[in-house]
Design a protein around this ligand. Structure first.
Ligand code: ZN
Length: 107
């Protein structure tokens, strides 16, 4: 049995956060507060396109500028990957969180 970790509360009246959030009516002000963290909509196509353009520029003779474009694409792809990983971690935390129905604390 899970109880609220707040020393002032310690109520056993806690709910699974995802369950509780889904059960809220959509016009509830708590709906936004308890909402899951948003997943970024990232596209790797821009990164891939930059790398491809960089390679084309290199083969056309613009080695330095081509390398810069390709490196920018790789850097963008790495950033996008990190953002997705971070968002997935945040979402994993949310999906295993609980909410106290007595003091509305999240844990
Ligand atoms: Zn509580």
């Amino acid at each position: 049995m899970i109880a609220c970790p707040s020393s002032k509360c310690s109520s056993p009246n806690v709910a699974d956060l995802p369950h509780y959030w889904r059960s809220l009516p959509s016009d509830s002000p708590l709906k936004a507060e308890y909402a899951p963290p948003a997943r970024p909509k990232v596209s790797y196509w821009a990164a891939l396109a930059a790398v491809a353009v960089g390679i084309v520029v290199i083969t056309e003779g613009g080695i330095l500028i081509g390398l810069l474009i390709a490196a920018g694409g790789v850097g963008w792809g790495a950033l996008a990957f990190k953002a997705v990983q971070w968002a997935e971690a945040q979402h994993a935390v949310w999906s295993t969180s609980h909410v106290c129905l007595a003091c509305t604390g999240r844990f």
